[in-house]
Design a protein around this ligand. Structure first.
Ligand code: UD1
Length: 421
């Protein structure tokens, strides 16, 4: 298996292009199942998770063609023949559950294996199921598969989410587009990826209002048509690279970055002492002399601080001047990076969902590994400033969410390379 080798201690300078959002693309791709017409996505990221969603859609009978080296995905679902999302594909990626709403809405039936994905807590799908039931589906769990049906079609309804879920909101939004009558999604997720999905669905002929707020109203239509759509920039990739100069020193411009995608995170960076500047082409982050100030961070649904940047922020706070507290409120068991960071010399005390980080002057390189995507990249970031060499194994987690990570960082002066096994 490949590993990544980082020699710490070089300040960074240069620019990094931010790709299209993985999480937006993973919701936009299943939207093709809602229509006969062609759906074309541009600014798609080239990642293994996108390849997994491609394989899943193809297994259902959809056509997915990657053009322009994978930057453009041309899709069509005029010939869907299979309504079962198989365990072998779904277990690789939790977002596979996003085919449930579209299949059910268009074909009145869907069978979806219960998903696997990142090892960050239980991550059930009860909210997805409850939303489909509210829209008139009946569901049953059998042999590890969720069997859902709505033979007469879905009907518009109020879907009241007991807690905010990005994926369940996306599934309900897609399903409601073809339901009979009006649906109201209450306590809906407000993430930029939801807004992006709603824009694409509207381009396909859906009637949607209120995306980006906690109440989305959808007027069902009988059919959607083809569309083209540009995927929103990846705010998590953006935040990750913004933390690189925060940790290693120097200054980086993230091309295509926009502050409104990450306002709460940007406020925290400034509180820690970084300088942020919106440029005509993106967002520049610079770190001056001296250590970062410590922070209190609480992860929350958008517009709060994103859970997907908690691990990377922890890596930065390991060398802050003082004590930081990070509270993880979205996922249980999302501090697996803490023991690895401690092997690099960090001082972290984890109690339940709270991590207390006492800043040390310097981390030391070490062999490390992680079992999820964001934890893996946090260890790379820590390695950028650590004394000596850090070797990250289980790199396939990184490849799920960061394209050309080594190339992007080394173009800014980082000493980082992939060692092929
Ligand atoms: C999405 C993102 C993921 C991010 C997460 C939270 C994608 C592909 N992934 O994941 O990167 O970390 O949002 O911002 O977009 N929950 C339930 N029952 C459910 C569904 C969720 O209890 O049926 C819980 C989860 O366990 C979690 C919370 O709700 O505690 C939020 O999860 P959710 O927003 O659904 O995350 P995902 O959509 O899976």
């Amino acid at each position: 298996m490949d590993s990544i080798l980082v020699q710490g201690g070089t300040p960074l300078s240069g620019s990094i292009p931010i790709a299209g959002a993985k999480n937006a693309c993973l919701a936009l791709m299943p939207a093709t199942l809602l229509s006969d017409g062609p759906l074309t996505l541009s600014n798609a990221p080239r990642l293994s998770d996108i390849a997994t969603m491609t394989a899943l859609l193809r297994s259902l009978g959809a056509e997915v063609t990657a053009l322009s080296e994978g930057r453009v995905l041309a899709m069509s679902s005029h010939d869907v023949t299979n309504l079962t999302a198989d365990y072998d594909i779904v277990r690789k990626m939790r977002a596979s559950i996003l085919v449930l709403g579209p299949l059910l809405a268009r074909y009145g039936r869907a069978v979806v294996s219960l998903p696997g994905g990142c090892a960050i807590g239980a991550r059930p799908v009860d909210l997805h199921v409850a939303a489909m039931e509210a829209l008139g589906a009946t569901t049953e769990l059998r042999d590890g598969y969720l069997h859902a049906s709505a033979p007469g079609g879905l009907r518009g309804a109020v879907v009241d989410f007991p807690l905010v879920s990005v994926g369940a909101t996306e599934n309900a939004l897609m399903a409601a587009c073809l339901a009979r009558g009006t649906s109201v999604l209450r306590n809906a997720a407000r993430e930029p990826e939801i807004v992006d999905l709603a824009r694409c669905l509207r381009a396909m002929g859906a009637r949607i209002e209120g995306e980006g707020t906690s109440e989305i109203v959808v007027e069902g239509v009988t059919a959607l048509h083809g569309a083209t759509h540009v995927v929103v920039p990846d705010r998590i990739e953006l935040g990750t690279y913004m933390l690189a100069p925060a940790i290693a020193g120097g200054s980086i411009e993230c091309l295509g970055g926009r502050r409104e995608l990450l306002a709460a995170f940007c406020d925290k960076l400034e509180e820690a002492g970084l300088e942020l500047e919106e440029t005509p082409t993106g967002l520049r982050v610079s770190r001056g002399e001296g250590r970062l100030a410590p922070l209190d961070v609480i992860t929350e649904p958008f517009p709060g601080f994103p859970t997907d940047l908690q691990a990377q922020m922890m890596a930065a706070l390991c060398t802050a001047q003082g004590v930081s507290v990070l509270e993880e409120r979205i996922f249980e068991n999302r501090f697996m990076h803490a023991p690895e960071l401690m092997r690099m010399g960090a001082r972290i005390d984890v109690q339940g969902g709270t991590a207390t980080v006492t800043g040390v002057e310097r981390l030391r390189g070490a062999p490390v590994m992680a079992t999820d995507l964001r934890a893996s990249v946090s260890l790379i970031l820590a390695g950028l400033a650590a004394e000596g060499e850090t070797v990250l194994s289980r790199v396939y987690h990184l490849d799920r969410g960061y394209e050309r990570l080594e190339a992007k960082l080394s173009a800014c002066g980082a000493r980082i390379e992939r060692v092929r096994a």
